[in-house]
Design a protein around this ligand. Structure first.
Ligand SMILES: Cc1cc2nc3c(=O)[nH]c(=O)nc-3n(C[C@H](O)[C@H](O)[C@H](O)COP(=O)(O)OP(=O)(O)OC[C@H]3O[C@@H](n4cnc5c(N)ncnc54)[C@H](O)[C@@H]3O)c2cc1C
Length: 444
């Protein structure tokens, strides 16, 4: 009898334990679902939910809700779990690491570009990186595939394909003009040196491309890559400064000079020749490699005085700017983040934004700018537009005010978004098509 009671007790304990485990599982499941749903609602409110370019697409018929993709993503909150299935949250923030794709144990994820509703324009490129205009090649993110490692690999490969094609007998100054000095352009420049080509690399801004615009503290995730004339770079987690240092070192070791602050404005084909027109010069070449990424060029205000040296389109070292009267123009995250950084360095900051309120801001930025404005650390002037920039002042038009507002000023930072490279490519004559959700990374 005693044994039976003992057995029943043991069974009951086991059943209770299983029930507890089950309850715990259901509770966690619900908690995750609620948390993800909240994040999705916020992402929708802020306009980050809809993908803009590369993003993961989860096949819910296959997904088992392991959460491996959520844990693997280095950017955080791109994916979350709802009712045991992986779902996108801030899809527009995906940078295409593909970590989710590789982490999924049941191959339920593919990486797609564009959506059914929102197409993404991509240039036509052959397997050898040549566009529909013979002699003009594309490498890196402009071709659709992001990430530093891919850009480095493509820059090198494109140069390898292009070099044997330089058969034209035309007398040109260059074999190839490389446009853009991000990871793709840097790697292409190194490979061009290795191949002993006559080349020049033109960069509208400074060396590093998108990487040079990363926040100082950002952890850059990458995979080991092969850099021409250097060898294997065994970095997985690194920083912006470490990467820039490495590129600078390799370039200078090989005596490669990048023509910074020289923007390519026009590319024209004249028979076998290609003419590259920049803001400073023009070049005749047998071929061109476009490594210009997808972020385009900063949008200008087109106001008198904008060409002055005190006007900038990005802020690299806020810690070096103190006690200045600064105007920051724009209402997006970049404008706000930079205005806050400048205010923290004891500058007198005015933020001019043309709309009546901020929208699509990261919640933390919205909260901080409201606090800084309340505390007088940043003077926010909504509904305002810059009319003219003078040496020691700026003139703004504020709606509902009859007279323009003149502010004393030392520096102007403009963050008015970018002009995408599509128009530039169309003007060259390169064929472009829209991709509506095509998979760029999928399991066969
Ligand atoms: C917020 C964010 C975080 C990211 N994090 C990571 C990460 O952790 N790991 C990772 O691997 N990738 C990351 N990426 C993606 C990565 O930065 C890009 O995929 C990569 O930089 C693409 O390299 P690229 O050389 O093709 O283009 P870009 O780096 O964009 O370089 C293009 C260059 O061309 C120049 N250019 C453009 N037009 C002209 C013109 N007309 N004339 C002259 N020059 C011109 C630009 O100024 C720029 O310097 C991130 C991207 C973003 C936005």
């Amino acid at each position: 009898m005693e044994v039976i009671i003992e057995n029943i007790a043991a069974y009951l304990i086991v059943i209770a334990f299983i029930a507890l485990l089950f309850y715990y599982y259901i509770h966690q499941h619900k908690k995750k679902t609620q948390s993800t749903k909240k994040k999705i609602a916020k992402a929708k409110e802020l306009g980050f939910h809809e993908p803009v370019s590369l993003h993961p697409v989860v096949n819910h018929d296959i997904c088992i809700g392991s959460g491996a993709c959520v844990a693997a993503c280095p950017e955080k909150d791109i994916l979350g779990l709802v009712n045991g299935k992986s779902t996108t949250i801030n899809a527009s923030r995906c940078v295409g690491h593909g970590a989710c794709f590789h982490a999924c144990p049941v191959q339920a994820i593919s990486l797609c570009i564009g959506t059914e509703k929102r197409g993404v324009e991509l240039p036509h490129i052959s397997e050898e990186f040549e566009t529909t205009i013979p002699g003009i090649f594309i490498a890196g993110e402009l071709g659709g595939m992001g990430l530093i490692k891919n850009a480095v690999e493509q820059g090198k490969q494109a140069m390898n394909y292009l070099a044997p094609k330089l058969k034209s007998k035309s007398n040109t100054n260059y074999d190839v003009v490389i446009v853009g000095a991000g990871p793709a352009g840097i790697s292409a420049s190194l490979e061009a040196t290795k191949q002993k080509l006559k080349f020049v690399t033109l960069e509208q801004d400074t060396l590093g491309g998108t990487v040079s615009n990363f926040p100082r503290a950002k952890i850059v995730m990458t995979s080991p890559m092969e850099l021409p004339l250097h060898g294997k770079v065994k970095l997985t987690e690194t920083s912006k400064s470490e990467l820039l240092e490495l590129w600078n070192e390799v370039l200078s070791k090989n005596n490669i000079i990048i023509n910074e602050l020289e923007k390519v404005e026009k590319i024209e084909k004249q028979g076998d020749l290609i003419i590259v027109q920049t803001t400073k010069n023009h070049y005749t070449t047998k071929s061109v490699l476009l490594a210009i990424g997808r972020r385009g060029s900063p949008r200008k205000l087109d106001v008198p005085g904008e060409q002055k040296e005190k006007v900038y389109y990005r802020l690299l070292e806020p810690e070096l700017i103190h006690n200045q009267k600064v105007l920051v123009v724009g209402g997006g995250d970049s404008a706000i983040e930079n205005a806050l950084l400048l205010a923290d360095e004891n500058n007198k900051v005015t933020l001019s934004y043309r709309n009546e309120s901020f929208s699509r801001l990261k919640p933390k930025n919205l909260e901080r700018i409201n606090n800084y404005s309340k505390n007088g650390k940043v003077k926010v002037i909504l509904n305002s537009e810059v009319i003219e920039i003078f040496d020691n002042s700026v003139m703004l038009k504020v709606s509902n005010e009859n007279n323009p507002l003149v502010l004393e000023n030392d520096l102007v930072y403009i963050f008015a978004g970018g002009i995408l490279p599509t128009k530039f490519l169309e003007e060259i004559g390169i064929r472009i098509t829209k991709k509506f959700g095509e998979a760029v990374l999928k399991h066969s």
